[in-house]
Design a binder for this molecule. Structure first.
Ligand code: F6R
Length: 512
């Protein structure tokens, strides 16, 4: 069993075929089996044959190997991709994720980079990357089979969208002191007063959370921020000063692009921190400090509750940084914390639009293209809306900063194209209404997501309106994320797509 990619498989394949091996597939995985077989045929004992083969591999992988005639033994090794051992009830099991071992194990142990393990009966021997016997900490299995059950929900994604009020309340509860209306962060290995810049680094949906975070760190802590795509950040010749904080964001804590970027910073002795949902995952073990999100287990491939929980932690961190740097007063902090405290209840109100959005998805599911527009902190939410929509409905969608439309993308606006507008009637968002008019006058079907005032003033002539609660700026991205999640979900269901397991995608992306 192989997770990951053997990067030098072409060279190995050439070498094996030249030596007379007959390979039956084009896969990189078969090359591993063929290497082991060659070693066995040369008379090596099984363990040596496996170790020697592993030493030839380049790339990122987790492997579980069984040899014909040795059915009581499994060999396992990880490089890049995660691998977890589970112990319980007289058996040892092996999985790429703790959740996979639910119901099989009462204790788990994460293999570390380069580890090799031999599993026999209920025992496992572990060796480190230098082949020395190693001990890895055992942790109790915290996931329960109940968390893996979708109950009466049609899909995990639906369950996870609807769980957001609780997930957000649980997450917020870990980062604030409600009695004093202030942020309380875990002990930090750095002082925000000394930080000169924040680099927020992530992939996909988590990278959109990073982009929202940029607005908050800039506004509330007056810190310069770069929001970076991990796979680009790692391979650019980026200039990072010693005073900078490199904050990695990931639901799984295993995404290889993000992990490689984190390791790159560690190698350079730069400050690292991580916002992660899966406790015990690789990033939580490697970053200097971890800020967990308490979204609970997320099974649907399309990230929903973990996105809003990442936003919650970013908001708390930005406020904490602002206070530490003397940018926010105690009273200013209290106002923001109170706004965060109201989010779970306000989000529950937004969920009442579920059925209206389901009805709306009938028209949207017939579109070939959909545009999402927003400004300021709702621009990344427009990007996230488009990503969520395309990844599960398989309909092309793009998110844009509303002001950028006239610089090119407006050419895409044709008769009947659905355009989702994220625009509360406050601040910079007011400007989005004129961008909406530009699209409307060219025949676009507008779906306006705004507050009561925005809908009253700008709703006439639109295809649909969704009335959102009026909330302070800091709460906007968390609440406006919900209708775009629901629109993606209902459109995908209507199209008969596999919502929880969309094509070509995996929950945890452990290849570069
Ligand atoms: C989209 C989605 C992905 C992930 C991305 C990063 O719905 O879920 O774009 O956000 O693969 O994953 P994590 O957050 O686990 O690092």
């Amino acid at each position: 069993m192989h997770n990951g990619i053997i990067e030098n498989f072409k060279a190995l394949r050439g070498e094996l075929t030249e030596a007379g091996a007959r390979l039956e597939s084009e896969t990189d995985t078969e090359v591993v089996a063929a290497l082991i077989e060659r070693n066995l045929s040369a008379g090596m004992p099984a363990e040596k044959a496996v170790r020697k083969a592993l030493a030839r591999l380049e790339g990122a992988f987790a492997l579980a190997i069984m040899i014909c005639g040795e059915a009581d033994t499994l060999y396992a090794s990880r490089r890049g991709s995660p691998l977890v051992l589970g112990f319980g009830d007289g058996q040892v099991s092996l999985g790429s994720d703790t959740l996979a071992l639910c119901g099989l194990a009462t204790e788990v142990c994460h293999l570390e980079e380069g580890d090799f393990a031999i599993l026999k009966a209920a025992r496992a021997e572990i060796f480190d990357e230098n082949g020395k016997p190693a001990k890895r900490p055992l942790k109790p299995m915290t996931a329960t089979a109940g968390q893996l059950d979708k109950g009466n929900y049609a899909h995990f994604m639906q369950k996870e969208i609807l769980e957001q009020p609780t997930a957000l309340a649980d997450t917020l509860g870990k980062y604030i002191n409600p009695l004093e209306a202030k942020v309380e962060l875990p002990e930090l290995p750095f002082d925000f007063k000394e930080i000169t810049k924040v680099n927020l680094i992530a992939c996909g949906t988590s990278a959109y959370a990073a982009r929202v975070g940029k607005y908050w760190f800039e506004s509330y802590a007056r810190l310069p921020v770069e929001a970076e795509i991990a796979s680009e950040f790692r391979y650019r010749d980026v200039v990072i000063g010693e005073g900078e904080l490199n904050l990695f964001i990931s639901q799984s804590g295993e995404t290889l692009d993000t992990l490689v970027a984190l390791r790159h910073c560690r190698e350079k002795n730069l400050r690292t921190a991580a916002i992660v949902n899966v406790a015990g995952s690789t990033m939580t073990r490697e970053a200097d400090v971890t800020f967990l999100t308490y979204a609970g287990v997320e099974i649907g491939v399309a990230s929903t509750k973990s996105f809003t929980c990442q936003l919650m932690v970013l908001a708390a961190l930005a406020i904490g940084a602002g206070r530490a740097r003397g940018v926010l007063t105690k009273a200013g902090e209290a106002v923001l914390v109170q706004a965060l405290e109201e989010i779970p209840a306000k989000l529950a109100e937004v969920l009442y639009h579920d059925q209206a959005i389901r009805a709306l998805s009938a028209a949207v599911s017939k579109a070939r293209n959909v545009l999402y527009l927003g400004r300021g902190c709702l621009y990344p939410v427009a990007l996230e809306g488009a990503l969520k929509f395309k990844e599960i409905s398989y309909i092309h969608a793009e998110g844009y900063p509303a002001g950028e439309m006239k610089h090119g993308p407006i050419a895409l606006v044709e008769e009947d194209i659905p355009v989702v507008i994220l625009a509360p009637s406050q601040g910079v968002h007011l400007k989005t209404f004129s961008n909406m008019e530009e699209a409307k006058s060219r025949g676009a079907k507008i779906i306006l997501i705004s507050d009561a005032e925005g809908v009253r003033e700008h709703g006439p002539g639109t295809m649909a309106t969704i009335i959102m609660p009026s909330v302070p700026d800091i709460a906007l991205p968390l609440l406006y994320a919900v209708p775009v999640q629901l629109l993606a979900y209902h459109t995908a269901v209507r199209k008969g797509n596999d919502v929880d397991q969309p094509r070509n995608l995996a929950k945890s992306v452990t290849v570069e």
